[in-house]
Structure formats: structure tokens, C-alpha cells
Write a protein that binds this ligand. Structure first.
Ligand code: NAD
Length: 276
């Protein structure tokens, strides 16, 4: 079911599927999306300080009848707050906006190599984790060499790495590295922001299973062992994107989707992304 979970390396259970809220406006838009998602059974919500909608996410959570312990709420420290003290302060601001007294997953949004502070930032996440303020900690947009640097300098290996991941960019080498280190890979822009829906191979597979192209891609995420957080603000699509637990792609069809990989990013290479 959509509440099925993967177990992170510290034993915490994380839903395989969640709702992403990037570019969803704070206020009614995000409140309604999160409420719809919770009503149809989602338990995991992925936001970030930079999305500017943590307050709306918090409002939807506060108004929902779903018990807090069933929810899995993720937010991320933005690039302007790298560094030990700045990250601790940013965490407090995010928690306050979300109206929560603990977080489920806190991520470093980007490695920001130009500042060279992601290890120091990671130490702040370790402190938040050890202080019991967050149930799991991880990173986002970390390549193998960023993870190697963290691993060489950390007490706690990241539990999650959230990265661009879709059939055109399947992150094979990074995924293998993460598996070896017990780091759960999580897909951002799993639907390539809508850019894959016309892909003939996917359209054909969708027909065969009587599912939408979006559902085929989301199912492929799950069968490759990757947590996924598709975004939609439309109630019928929020439901559709989660209706992926009643079928299984054959190995043959998985291979066809795997062959769509072109090692092609949609967005910036994390080594070149230094916006603050
Ligand atoms: P996505 O790949 O989830 O695509 C979302 C878009 O696809 C929607 O806006 C809509 O246009 C379309 N869509 C969704 N469901 C559909 C359906 N069933 N049928 C037809 N069209 C559909 O894009 P995303 O929002 O960029 O990524 C998902 C989430 O990942 C974000 O909301 C955010 O939470 C996270 N994210 C994280 C980072 C990061 O740096 N960590 C970067 C980008 C996104």
C-alpha cells in the first residue's frame, strides 16, 4: 500500500512514496495539496526552507486528523545556511514554521562546493539527530565524491540521499555506491517535471498495464528500490500517482525503462550549483 515503508539504516521506517511540494504556493495551494494527499493515504511530505511553503504544510498537518507519529515530514537546510551554527538556527526556523516539535528527516539541500562547508553542516545535522530533534538525517544532490568526504569525516553515515532520478538519468553509479553504504536513494523530479509522458516506450507499457505513464514511472522507481516524491496540486493526480501498489512491472518492461537512460540531467550538476 502507499503506506509501505523502507527501513533506513538507523531502523526508522520511511514511506516509499510521498508528496513533493516544490513550486507549490504557500497558503491555500499547498494546504489543499497536502490535505488531499493525507486524505487519500499519503503519510510523507517533502518540503524545503527554500520552497517558502513550510507554514502551509504545517497548517495542513495541524488541521489533519492523522496522528503525528504516522507522518513522515522532510525539510531541507538551504544553501545560505551552511555552517554549524547557521544550520542549527535554520532547523529551529523550519520546525517553527512547520509547527512541529520534531522532524522526521532533515536534508542538506545541496553540497555547495564553492563554500566547502558541507561537512561542518553535516556535523550540525548529527547534533540535531543526537539531541532527538529529528528521526533521520540525510543529504540531497550529493555525488559519490561528496558522500565520500562526509563518510570520511562523520560519526553518522547519511540515511538518505535525495537526487534527480528518472528514466533519463538513473544514477547507476551513485545508486550502487549508496546501496553499499546503506544510504537510501530518493528520487526528485521523478516524472522529469512532465517531460517523459510522450516517450513512446513508456506510453506503450502504460497501455499494456492499463495505467498512466506517470504511474509506470513511479512504479519503476519503487521496483528499482528508490523512494519517490512526485509533485502534483491536482487532487485526481495526487490520487493517481499513489495508485501504484496493485501491479508489478515485468523484468522485461523494467529493462525497457532502464534502457531509456541517457545519463542526462535536467538540472544543474551539483558541483556547479552554488546559488545561495
Ligand atoms: P515531478 O517530476 O514530480 O513532476 C511534477 C509535474 O508533473 C507536475 O507539476 C505536473 O505538471 C506533472 N504531473 C504530476 N503528476 C502527473 C500525472 N499523474 N499526470 C500528468 N502530469 C503529472 O517534479 P518536481 O516537483 O520537480 O519533483 C518532485 C519533488 O521532488 C518536488 O516537489 C520536491 O519536493 C522534490 N525536489 C527536490 C529537489 C532537490 O534539490 N532536493 C529538486 C527538485 C525537486
Amino acid at each position: 500500500s502507499m503506506q509501505s515503508t523502507t527501513t533506513l539504516h538507523n531502523g526508522v521506517k520511511m514511506p516509499w512514496l510521498g508528496l513533493g511540494v516544490f513550486k507549490v504556493e504557500d497558503g491555500a495551494e499547498v494546504v489543499n495539496s497536502v490535505k488531499t494527499a493525507l486524505e487519500v493515504g499519503y503519510r510523507s511530505i517533502d518540503t524545503a526552507a527554500i520552497y517558502g511553503n513550510e507554514e502551509g504544510v504545517g497548517k495542513a498537518i495541524a488541521e489533519s486528523t492523522v496522528p503525528r507519529e504516522e507522518l513522515f515530514i522532510t525539510t531541507k537546510v538551504w544553501n545560505s545556511n551552511h555552517g554549524f551554527e547557521a544550520t542549527l538556527a535554520a532547523f529551529d526556523v523550519s520546525l517553527e514554521k512547520l509547527g512541529l516539535d520534531y522532524l522526521d528527516l532533515y536534508l542538506i539541500h545541496w553540497p555547495l562546493p564553492s563554500q566547502g562547508k558541507f561537512v561542518e553542516t553535516w556535523k550540525a545535522l548529527e547534533k540535531l539527530y543526537k539531541d532527538g530533534r529529528v528521526r533521520a538525517i540525510g543529504v540531497s544532490n550529493f555525488k559519490v565524491h561528496h558522500l565520500e568526504e562526509v563518510i570520511a569525516n562523520c560519526e553518522i553515515i547519511p540515511m538518505v540521499n535525495q537526487v534527480e532520478y528518472h528514466p533519463r538519468f538513473n544514477q547507476r553509479e551513485l545508486h550502487d555506491f549508496c546501496k553499499r553504504h546503506g544510504i537510501q536513494l530518493e528520487a526528485w523530479s521523478p516524472l522529469m517535471q512532465g517531460g517523459l509522458f510522450e516517450e513512446p516506450a513508456l506510453v506503450e507499457i502504460a497501455k499494456k498495464y492499463n495505467k498512466s505513464t506517470a504511474q509506470i514511472i513511479i512504479r519503476w522507481d519503487l521496483q528499482t528500490g528508490v523512494v519517490t516524491i512526485p509533485k502534483s496540486v491536482k487532487p485526481h493526480r495526487i490520487g493517481e500517482n499513489a495508485d501504484v501498489f496493485d501491479f508489478e512491472l515485468s523484468q522485461e518492461d523494467m529493462d525497457i525503462i532502464n534502457a531509456l537512460n541517457q545519463d542526462q540531467r535536467m538540472f544543474a550538476d551539483p558541483d556547479d550549483f552554488n546559488r545561495v
